[in-house]
Design a protein around this ligand. Sequence first.
Ligand SMILES: [Fe+2]
Ligand SMILES: [Fe+2]
Length: 232
Amino acid sequence: MITKDMTLAQVVKDHPNTIGFLNNLHLDYCCGGHEAISIAIKEKGMDVEKFLKELNEVAARPTTAHADVHEDIDSFKELSVNDMLDDLEATHHVTDRQLMAETEELLNKILIVHYLHHGEMLTKLHHLYAGLKAELEEHFAKEERLVFPLMRQHPHPDKETLDFVKGLEDEHTGAGDIIKEIYQLTDNFTPPADACPTFQRTYQVMESLFDDIFIHIFKENSIAFPEYAEQE
Ligand SMILES: [Fe+2]
Ligand SMILES: [Fe+2]
């Protein structure tokens, strides 16, 4: 039973089949998912009791949608910390880099083609996205070259490594904030009426990038990093 005192991160950890439902409502279960449901849902201006009732129904329902994501999270939880780190680098770091490159190319294309009619919005989007991409590339490099190797060298965490891990969590929050701004700017990725197929494709690729980033950050913030901190 999911209660209003639980966090959305805890809900997804226990019931990965709720991801689709939360994604549709654009609720953050990863970067800022550490507030109690009673607070997070009220902040969104939604009815907490109604939300809890629906969420419990979704959690209890065996669902085939996003089945690969649930299996993926369930098997990730069973890994050792070192294997979690290897897995993150081999999966999400690779996928997100590919999707970022694809998004960048598409976005630049539609910025040029649709400049006259949607220049103001697309300039803002291009700018926000460029900032997000820079932050994520630097963040991935920091994880791969500095913090993950430190975590492997210190299986029993020391203060310095834990501080670095905390720094990564703060960077996740920063990335999540930019993603939320982009959701708002694009009206939750609703293309304008005159959008060409490339415009629509740009939104689709960007949205799948963000979905993957959310799962990526969730696995780090709510599974791998707490598991590491517990090895003290
Ligand atoms: Fe990562
Ligand atoms: Fe990260």
